[in-house]
Every structure is written in structure tokens, then in C-alpha cells.
Write a new protein. Structure first.
Length: 469
């Protein structure tokens, strides 16, 4: 692989397609353009793979599986296994996880080499609408794609620097014993669930009265109940006012009410404060002001449905565009953009509708389409039929531990087209993909009913729902 590391010697290069950011979307778009015969370069100042590979989806899912093993061990005795003296060593999973990520890096290097994509290591800064500099290297291109992603927000409170973000979570060498997580979004509930399942004491601080507020109420309400049942201490209507460092690995986290019903209290002996309060556009020193690119109030780059920015021949996608911050969205949009620019498919674009997503909480969530509240706004409550089902998965039939699954199918009249599907519980993450294909194809409740169930499975309940609630 031809990797250029900037050392200070003036040079100039020209490409057909220049990608800023070697995350999932940038790699997908750049590699696809190279496969279409274009001269491509990708600029990246950090490890290849971006957030998803290094401090996001992949290592998080490994830790989700790690926590799931702890849950299986919890239930072993009820299945007849005598498991004694079980010990968990955080350092082993960290090493194995890090080694796996390194192998992904190697795989990417090999793919980029095979496809003649030039990887330029350094920080990109625009010096004009068609030119970027990396150190002393000046690079011009006919088309430039920005996929620089996002970065975690650290709130402006005294002592905030004593906390870590989700990036820092993957740097932890030892398992924290007493963790405070601030945030109510998917990153907060995922990391809180992982740490709790692995035996850490976890307190979750949320500003409002519920988690995952943009999700269907069935999902957010019941996940919060399950988390509390499983031992997470949720403190609602509150926020962190200050963090005081007492000693090494000994923090005092001071809370204040965010709204009525909030807490004015101190959490002591905390050895890990984890911020999961959102993400900002990663545009530091990109020099976007030299290009005239328009951004929204939050700093994300404004794009049209074809990923065009306000400046001709400059494009943006993925998290930096601030819409559907999901790795597969960036990959899909990136590949489609490459075909539109270099393969004559001028009308090709990603349809930002009915995008499935999963939250790797404990238990996990799967969701696609409209929430019930959104469907009522769009169609009217009287023009909907909503099917709900709550049940205990068979895996818990013989265990002391019990957990419920929750399902919802939202259908629009008159033909009962499925406009929303939501599931919380065991294996929700693995159920969703096939149903998502059906919903993208416009499936109705009758189509679901006409599919023979696979028994006994959890997902069969979506094709056996009889009565609307």
C-alpha cells in the first residue's frame, strides 16, 4: 500500500476523487470509485476505519458479546451446568479485541493496495474549493468528499476533564468498579448495559424522565424498566454539576436537578465518569470556511439528497452530514455517490426512509420505520392499526432469571401497510434485517400473515399477530 506520511517537503498531487476521512463511508466510496477506474486518494490522520472500527460498532459489539457471556453464565445452573469459581479478566478481552481491530486495519491496507487507492496520513485542511493541503503537500481533485465524522461532546462543567468519553472506554486497561454514565442516548445505554452485566456498579444520569426519547415509547419505557430491574441505578431529571477528584480513581460526582424531580446529591468513590451526552461535527481545522460550504446551527454540513454540499463538486456523507449517524448508511450513501459521479448513474441516491437500526443494549432493540407517535401525526390515529405482543422467550422458560420481549407492528389503513416495526428483547438485533427487506418492499400485514412461522423462535411472533390493540 502506498501510504504517504507528511514530513515537510513541498509537493503537489492531483486526483479524480479525494476523500477526507478513512471511516466506513469514505473507504466505501473511495474504493468503489477506484474500482470504476478513477485515481483516488484518501486522507486520514488517525487509524483507518474511523469511529466504527476503532471506537464504535465493532469493539462495542465485541463487548456486547462479552457481557452476553456473563448473562449466559448467570443461567448455566438452571440448564444443569455446575459452574464454580467464575472469574472475569478485563485485560484478556481488551487484548483480544485490540488484536482483532489490528487485523481489520491490515485487511483494509491490503484492499486499498489491491485497488490502487492512495492513503495519505495526516490532517487535511481546505485552502480553497478544489484544493486541500496535508502538511506541505498540496492536493487538488475534480471531486472532493468529506467524511470526517463526529467527535464525542464533553460538557462544560468543573472537573469534566476527569471523565472519559466512549473513545476512552475502549482504552480502559482495567474494569471500573463504580461507574457513572451521563447520557440517555444509545451510546449511554449500551455502555451502561455492558458494564452492569460484567459486574460493575453503574449509575445512569439522565436529564429527562426517560432514555432513548426519539424511539418508540414501548422501546424506551420498557428498556429503562429492564435496566433498572437488572441493577442499573437510573437517576432521572438530573445532570452533573461538578466532578471533584479526591484521589487517583476516586471521584465525587455532584448532581443538580435539570427539571422538577431531579436530584441534588453526591456520588462518591466513583472510579469512572463516562460522558455519553452526544457528538459534534468533526470539523476541527478542516478550513471549511475557505470553501463557502454551508453548515447547520449544530455545525454539520448541509447536503441535498444526492450528498451535494452548497459548493459544486464537494460532497459530504456519514456522520458529518448529521443525518442517520449509522455506519451502513454512510457505506450505502458512499457507494451510491461513487456510481453517480463515475458510472453514469446520475439519479442514484440513498433513500433515507425506512432505515433499520439496532441498539445493543441489554436487552437489545431493533427498530425500523415510524414510531407510533410519528405514525399518528402522519396518518391520524383512526387510520392506524397497531399490533402489540409481550412474551417470555423460551430461553428463560427454565431459568430463575426472567425477561420479557416486546413487539409492535404499526400498520396504516386501508391496506394495513406496515409503516413501523419495533422489538425489544433477546435476539432483537438478529431479527430485524429480514423484516426490514419486507418493509422496504412495501409489505402489508397480510403479507406477514401469509408467511409461515418458524417455530419455536422469537421472531415468529411478528407473523402470528392476530388482534390489534
Amino acid at each position: 500500500l502506498k501510504v504517504i506520511k507528511m514530513a515537510g517537503r513541498a509537493a503537489q498531487k492531483t486526483f479524480d476523487y479525494l476523500v477526507i476521512g478513512a471511516g466506513s463511508g469514505g473507504l466505501a466510496s473511495g474504493r468503489r470509485a477506484a474500482g470504476l477506474g478513477k485515481k483516488v486518494a484518501i486522507i486520514e490522520h488517525g487509524p483507518v476505519g474511523g469511529t466504527c472500527v476503532n471506537v464504535g460498532c465493532i469493539p462495542k459489539k465485541v463487548m456486547f458479546y462479552c457481557a452476553s457471556h456473563a448473562e449466559y453464565i448467570r443461567d448455566h445452573a438452571d440448564y444443569g451446568f455446575k459452574v464454580t469459581d467464575v472469574k472475569f479478566d478485563w485485560s484478556i478481552i481488551k487484548k483480544n479485541r485490540d488484536d482483532y481491530i489490528k487485523n481489520i486495519h491490515k485487511a483494509y491496507f491490503g484492499l486499498l493496495d489491491e485497488e490502487n487507492v492512495e492513503l495519505i496520513h495526516g490532517h487535511a485542511t481546505f485552502t480553497g474549493p478544489r484544493e486541500v493541503c496535508v502538511g506541505d503537500l498540496k492536493i487538488s481533485a475534480d471531486h472532493i468528499l468529506i467524511t470526517s465524522g463526529t467527535k464525542p461532546i464533553v460538557p462544560d462543567v468543573p472537573g469534566a476533564e476527569y471523565g472519559i468519553t466512549s473513545d476512552g472506554f475502549f482504552e480502559l486497561e482495567d474494569q471500573p468498579k463504580n461507574v457513572v454514565v451521563s447520557g440517555s442516548g444509545y451510546i449511554a445505554v449500551e455502555l451502561a448495559g455492558i458494564l452492569n452485566a460484567l459486574g460493575s456498579k453503574v449509575t445512569l444520569i439522565i436529564r429527562r424522565g426517560k432514555i432513548l426519547r426519539s424511539f418508540d415509547a414501548m422501546l424506551s419505557d420498557n428498556l429503562m424498566k429492564e435496566m433498572i430491574t437488572n441493577g442499573v441505578n437510573v437517576i432521572p431529571h438530573s445532570k452533573v454539576k461538578e466532578i471533584r477528584k479526591v484521589a487517583e480513581n476516586d471521584l465525587t460526582v455532584c448532581l443538580t436537578p435539570h427539571e422538577d424531580g431531579g436530584s441534588s446529591s453526591e456520588l462518591t468513590k466513583v472510579d469512572c465518569m463516562l460522558w455519553a451526552v452526544g457528538r459534534d461535527a468533526n470539523d476541527v481545522n478542516l478550513g471549511l470556511e475557505t470553501t463557502g460550504i454551508k453548515r447547520d446551527k449544530a455545525g454539520f454540513i448541509e447536503v441535498d439528497p444526492y450528498q451535494n454540499t452548497s459548493v459544486s463538486n464537494i460532497y459530504a456523507l456519514g456522520d458529518i452530514a448529521g443525518k442517520y449517524l449509522l455506519t451502513p448508511v454512510a457505506i450505502n450513501a458512499g457507494r451510491k455517490l461513487a456510481h453517480r459521479l463515475f458510472d453514469g448513474k446520475t439519479d442514484l441516491k440513498l433513500e433515507y426512509e425506512n432505515i433499520p437500526s439496532v441498539v445493543f443494549s441489554h436487552p437489545p432493540i431493533g427498530t425500523i420505520g415510524l414510531t407510533e407517535a410519528q405514525a399518528e401525526t402522519k396518518y391520524g390515529k383512526d387510520n392506524l392499526r397497531v399490533y402489540r405482543y409481550q412474551y417470555r422467550p423460551l430461553i428463560y422458560a427454565v431459568t430463575t432469571y426472567k425477561e420479557q420481549n416486546f413487539m409492535k407492528l404499526i400498520c396504516a389503513l386501508p391496506d394495513e401497510k406496515v409503516v413501523g416495526l419495533h422489538v425489544l428483547g433477546k435476539d432483537a438485533d438478529e431479527m430485524l434485517q429480514g423484516f426490514s427487506v419486507a418493509i422496504k418492499m412495501g409489505a402489508t400485514k397480510a403479507d406477514f400473515d401469509n408467511c409461515v412461522a418458524i417455530h419455536p423462535t422469537a421472531s415468529e411472533n411478528f407473523v402470528t399477530l392476530r388482534f390489534p390493540s
